[in-house]
Design a protein around this ligand. Structure first.
Ligand SMILES: NC(=O)c1ccc[n+]([C@@H]2O[C@H](COP(=O)([O-])OP(=O)(O)OC[C@H]3O[C@@H](n4cnc5c(N)ncnc54)[C@H](O)[C@@H]3O)[C@@H](O)[C@H]2O)c1
Length: 290
């Protein structure tokens, strides 16, 4: 329970990597506020885990998970989230994980084509909730961190797509911007001892990457390679272990502004994936783009 007494927010935590991060933060003792859209306001796929499920599982692991319905496309809802967290914790906030991402759930045929073959709105689907949303949440977190003057940590979940072509032009450009958001917010927040990093998981076994692998009609290019990488992919909680390692590192400020790869952090801090594996895929060393 190395994070007992800490207050964390994880955006987009009903499934995928956000869920894995929330579970690990909760297990480590943090009080974790988790966000996702109100299922009443969106079409719910009953086969997917829900935000409430994540909160329940945190509880089962002995932690405290508080779910708050927030649509990260709506700035007013994000502002209200931060007001709620501050009110309920006497202004305390320690960790923000910017993870919400709207594009994974879009149909395969809308995502993996050449950019001119998709409609321009695809840009928003990748980068409204997934980039702009991270900027908005960072504004509110930073205001609180600066006011408290007790340091803080912001982790932007990004991807090696920020450095090389992957899936769609709008994906890669968005990820490069998420990385830059970490670098530039880190620059302004360093005097306040707030660390900001960009976290690159390798390929992760999420509900949607599994679907893509199992979908015979998927329009993802280079399916053979994708399937092979999927077999060796990380669980969603490996990124969670990386977040806990960073949040408990007294020297985390030395890393501020940087891009950090989950597998490198596993090696540095000595953690394994939850199934006991060492993760060896280093996405920076993938030999060819998709
Ligand atoms: N899956 C991978 O293999 C992989 C690898 C590296 C990086 N990433 C990155 O990790 C991040 C998360 O991706 P993922 O694969 O876990 O996606 P996902 O679709 O499985 O999860 C996204 C989360 O965001 C939530 N969300 C979506 N729209 C929202 C909205 N409007 N308001 C609030 N919450 C919303 C979803 O409910 C879900 O909890 C993305 O930036 C992605 O690019 C993914």
């Amino acid at each position: 329970m190395s994070l007992r007494g800490k207050i964390a927010i994880v955006t987009g935590a009903s499934r995928g990597i956000g869920r894995g991060i929330a579970l690990q933060l909760g297990e480590a003792g943090a009080k974790v506020y988790i966000t996702g859209r109100d299922p009443k306001n969106k079409k719910v796929d009953p086969s997917l885990p829900t935000l409430e499920n994540t909160a329940q599982e945190i509880k089962q692991r002995g932690g405290e998970g508080i779910f708050v319905y927030v649509d990260h496309a709506d700035d007013a809802q994000v502002k209200a989230l931060f007001e709620k967290v501050e009110k309920e914790n006497n202004g305390q906030l320690d960790i923000l994980v910017n993870n919400a991402f709207a594009a994974a759930e879009a149909p395969s045929e809308e995502k993996f084509k050449n950019f001119w073959e998709t409609e321009p709105y695809v840009w928003d689907s990748y980068n409204n909730v997934g980039l702009r949303s991270h900027y908005v949440a960072s504004v509110y977190a930073a205001r609180r961190f600066v006011k408290n003057n007790r340091g803080g940590l912001i982790i932007n979940v990004s991807s090696f797509g920020g450095a090389q072509y992957f899936l769609h032009v709008a994906y890669g450009v968005g990820k490069a911007a998420v990385d830059r958001l970490a670098a530039d917010t880190a620059h302004e927040l360093k005097p306040y001892k707030v660390a900001v990093v960009s976290l690159w998981p390798g390929l992760v076994k999420t509900e949607f990457t599994r679907r893509e692998v199992e979908n015979e009609n998927s329009s993802i290019e280079n399916k053979g390679k994708f399937r092979k990488l999927f077999e060796q992919a990380e669980t969603t909680e490996y990124a969670g272990k990386a977040v806990v390692a960073l949040a408990t590192d007294p020297k985390v400020l030395d890393k501020t502004g940087k891009i950090l790869i989950t597998a490198d952090l596993g090696k540095e801090y000595g953690f394994k994936d939850i199934d006991g594996r060492d993760i060896i895929i280093n996405p920076k060393k993938w030999d060819e783009p998709f």
